[in-house]
Design a protein around this ligand. Structure first.
Ligand code: OGA
Ligand code: NI
Length: 352
């Protein structure tokens, strides 16, 4: 498919530094249709049980079974959950937040070295928008392929702070383990062999990091910090800001605020897991609202099948009662970037 030429816009921070407008109209062009942050403060909290990761592989069978039942409920009802005792230390989580923050507060001249190119998501800047009707997110992000290591484009990996690369590498390796254990448990939830989903991943899991920086916004109700979307991943493992809320999830057509739980990670099902599970696990629809008082930082780690691996609903999940709901597809990441910039959801096009 022909890709329309794109002129990436400046990072939000730099647009704001160069204008006297409070909220430039590229951020508000669907404001008439928004029912966003105005009601955010009154929304209920997400009240899904927290999953204790360490119990999922407990030698005590009863304990492990109980935790798996909680996980099944979380997956089927919410498509997302928080997980604790995941094996990533507070100091590593703080460390990766710290180096990320240090990058985003560097002078514009330094940050500029990592700006992404047109029509390529990798690098620093904001997301591609390919429709006059789609507003830009109030969000600057650094988007990096972090695993397999030979997929890294180090030119986009900040050299300042000097411990950025090492810290992100260390965090990636831990996230990779969390992904494996969770995806195995998710297979068990469906009565499948532990490795059923991991085998679909192909030769190697692919991990992409998206470090999000959301500047303060004087009129949060007019903008999207992140527009309503679901992720292209199989699962996403998200490190939230330690102090500033903003993430919301949709359940049965109602929005819920995701609370900050110190030491926990937020996990959500992405489109590729919805496809592999033949729709039993639904990818979580979510959004982020802006904040007038504080900037917010988060780090989403998208864990996906190998790029070249064809995926589709697992054979064991297709039968007379559960017909195949999705096509067999490849390079879903690229498909995602054809739809999302136009404000569309790619998963709908994957249905049979
Ligand atoms: C994302 C995302 C949520 C957040 O990066 O895809 O949904 O809390 N982030 O920043
Ligand atoms: Ni997301």
């Amino acid at each position: 498919m022909q890709v329309a030429p794109e002129i990436p816009s400046k990072p939000v921070q730099d647009i704001l530094a160069s204008t006297s407008e409070d909220v430039p109209d590229i951020f508000t062009r669907d404001a008439g249709k928004l029912s966003l942050a105005a009601d955010s403060t009154t929304l209920p909290w997400m009240d899904c049980p927290i999953i204790d990761f360490s119990l999922l592989s407990s030698p005590d069978a009863v304990e492990a079974k109980e935790e798996l039942t909680k996980l099944s409920y979380a997956l089927v009802s919410w498509g997302s959950f928080q997980v604790m005792n995941h094996g990533i230390t507070d100091s590593l989580m703080d460390g990766v937040r710290e180096v990320s923050k240090e990058f985003f507060i560097l002078p514009a001249e330094e940050r500029k070295k990592y700006l992404r190119a047109a029509n390529d998501p990798e690098g620093y800047g904001n997301d591609t928008v390919m429709s006059q009707n789609v507003p830009h997110n109030w969000n600057d992000r650094l988007y990096l392929n972090v695993f397999p290591e030979d997929q890294r484009k180090l030119g986009f990996w900040p050299q300042i702070p000097s411990n950025f690369r090492g810290t992100l590498h260390e965090f990636t390796m831990k996230v990779k383990q969390v992904n494996e254990t969770l995806v195995q448990a998710m297979a068990r939830c469906l009565g499948l062999e532990d490795n059923s989903f991991l085998e679909e991943y192909g030769d190697s899991v692919r991990v992409t990091a998206r470090i999000n920086f959301y500047p303060k916004c004087p009129f949060p109700e007019l903008v999207h910090a992140s527009r309503t979307h679901s992720d292209a991943s199989a699962i996403t493992i998200l490190l939230q800001d330690k102090q500033v809320e903003g993430l919301q999830v949709l359940k049965d057509d109602n929005w819920f605020k995701v609370p900050i739980i110190p030491s926990a990670l937020f996990v959500n099902v992405g489109d590729q897991m919805e496809i592999m599970s033949n729709g039993i696990f639904k990818s979580a629809v979510h959004r982020v609202v802006a904040n007038s008082e504080r900037e917010r930082l988060s780090l989403a780690m998208f864990c996906s099948p190998d790029h070249e691996k064809e995926i589709g609903p697992l054979n064991k999940l297709v039968n007379e009662n559960q017909p195949r709901l999705y096509k067999t597809i490849k390079t879903y990441g690229e498909i995602f970037f054809r739809y999302h910039p136009k404000g569309e959801r790619p998963i709908t096009a994957m249905r049979i």
